[in-house]
Design a protein around this ligand. Structure first.
Ligand SMILES: *Cc1c(COP(=O)(O)O)cnc(C)c1O
Length: 464
């Protein structure tokens, strides 16, 4: 077991990687000096790297490997589908069985009247679909001025030009990424932005920014509002309880569509099938990807309500991807959903894994380095702090301290990410209590070591 399967030494792989492979969201010159960690195989919740190290993956890859690694059933389904029908398109009045079966299954699982699926190869593409879809919807209804889509600061909806414009990542938008026709409101991030307000007051205030923005732009110009139930890449920002009911009220009171981006929260992560159910929302469209196939194949989609689908279907919607509903990806996704259902993994999250992770995670809040802990289902965050008595950032540029802690995690064979100076996890949903104990043990060790390192570097200072 634990055989190293790559044929080249790590240093050679790293050199080749640096010479030819451009990494996403990476300063490649910096990485070239440092050398990328080469992951060679994985089973369950554990990765193996080219040095034979066993790493606990508390991020489920990129929030996607919901059922864990190494499930042969998915490999078998992919093999069979590739032999039977490796590719055919769904343009021009054709269809195929995997796309039919997956759309049918997703419609069954998705809440309310979300019964129609437009496939893409991932979340960014699906959100690009959503932009064109909601604008075309209003055109078909004879309201072509309704074009602006409202998103939120520090939201993540993907990395294409459209998805970057929907999102609110300033650093991404600064790199050629903000189209006209988008507007943004504040995020419900009480810890750093709530000032003297209670979380509930602040949640209401941030929700009402949507109503103010609709008034400012003119309801006749607004197509939709988009948001993640819990901001993921923004740092697992859990909104105050007052937030979502008020957003839903505002969407109901105004003639705009609600798009809920379920790319992370879909398929069990919150302990419900969808974050929409966790928060009691009634969206017109949800975005899905990641957990749809547990990352075993690239696939995503937009799940659309009966009404929106009916209006859109009145004309040709001149949109689609060569790989929309790709048969191999669809077959793999379908098998993933079978496993999630048959093995009652969503119940496991709700009744076992998430409550236990929450108990452990909140214990981290006792650490002198931790200002707050937040968790919904199997996605959790903590704020690093120099002073627990105030809710303030560090004096050093955001992310300086977080990066140092992440390096400790990496060295301790724990994949935990930093977003600025928040540490986040989103483990595979199949984690057992023993896995969670290991996560906790390595997290404490990394926090202890990180705290010491930050102190020694003279960075344990709160912004003035
Ligand atoms: C990851 C993510 C996306 C983008 O999905 P890709 O498959 O990377 O294109 C969109 N929305 C959210 C909320 C995400 O977390």
């Amino acid at each position: 077991m634990n055989k190293i399967t790559n044929h080249l030494p790590t240093a050679e792989l790293q050199a080749l990687d640096a010479a030819h492979h451009m990494h996403p969201f990476t300063a490649n010159a910096f990485l070239a000096e440092k050398g990328a960690r080469v992951i060679t195989r994985a089973t369950g919740v554990t990765l193996t790297d080219s040095e034979g190290e066993q790493i606990l993956d508390a991020m489920a890859g990129l929030w996607c490997v919901n059922i864990g690694y190494g499930r042969d059933e998915l490999a078998d389904v992919a093999y069979r589908q590739m032999k039977e029908l490796p590719y055919y398109n769904t343009f021009f009045m054709s269809t195929h069985v995997p796309a039919i079966a997956l759309a049918d299954k997703v419609a069954e699982l998705a809440p309310g009247n979300l019964n129609h699926v437009f496939f893409a190869s991932g979340g960014s593409e699906a959100n690009d679909t959503n932009i064109r879809l909601v604008r075309t919807y209003w055109q078909n209804l004879g309201k072509p001025s309704k074009q602006i889509i409202i998103g939120r600061n520090n939201a993540y909806h993907g990395s294409t030009l459209g998805a970057t414009s929907l999102g609110g990542m300033k650093g991404m938008q600064a790199q050629g990424g903000l189209l006209p026709g988008f507007a943004h409101i504040g995020q419900p991030h009480w810890y750093l932005e709530g000032g003297d307000m209670s979380p509930e007051e602040f949640g209401l205030m941030r929700a009402r920014e949507l109503e103010a923005k609709i008034a400012e732009l003119g309801e006749e110009n607004v197509a939709a509002f988009i948001a993640e139930p819990v901001q993921g890449a923004g740092g697992v920002i859990v909104p105050p309880d007052s937030y979502w009911p008020e957003i839903q009220r505002i969407c109901d009171a105004h003639d705009i569509l609600l798009i809920v981006d379920e790319v992370i929260t879909g398929f069990g992560r919150t302990g419900e099938w969808f974050g929409t159910q966790y928060y009691g929302l009634r969206p017109d469209i949800i975005t899905i990807a990641k957990g749809l196939s547990s990352g075993y194949a690239p696939i995503g989609g937009s799940v659309v309500s009966d009404h929106v689908a009916e209006v859109l279907g009145r004309e040709e919607f001149a949109h689609g991807y060569t790989y929309s509903g790709h048969p191999v990806a669809a077959a793999v996704a379908l098998e993933n959903l079978r496993i999630l259902e048959d093995e009652k993994i969503v119940d496991h999250v709700k009744n076992e894994a998430a409550p236990y992770l929450a108990e452990k995670w909140h214990q981290l809040g006792d650490h002198p380095f931790v200002g707050e802990t937040k968790i919904v289902g199997m996605m959790a965050s903590l704020a690093l702090t120099a002073d627990k008595s105030v809710r303030k950032p560090f004096e050093s540029p955001a992310g300086t301290v977080g990066y140092m802690v992440r390096e400790k995690c990496f060295a301790n064979n724990l994949i935990m990410r930093h977003v600025g100076d928040r540490m986040i996890v989103a483990p595979p949903l199949v984690m057992t209590k023993a896995d969670i104990d290991l996560l906790f043990e390595r997290a404490v060790k990394s926090l202890d070591e990180g705290y010491a390192a930050v102190k020694e570097a003279g960075l344990l200072k709160t912004a003035g």
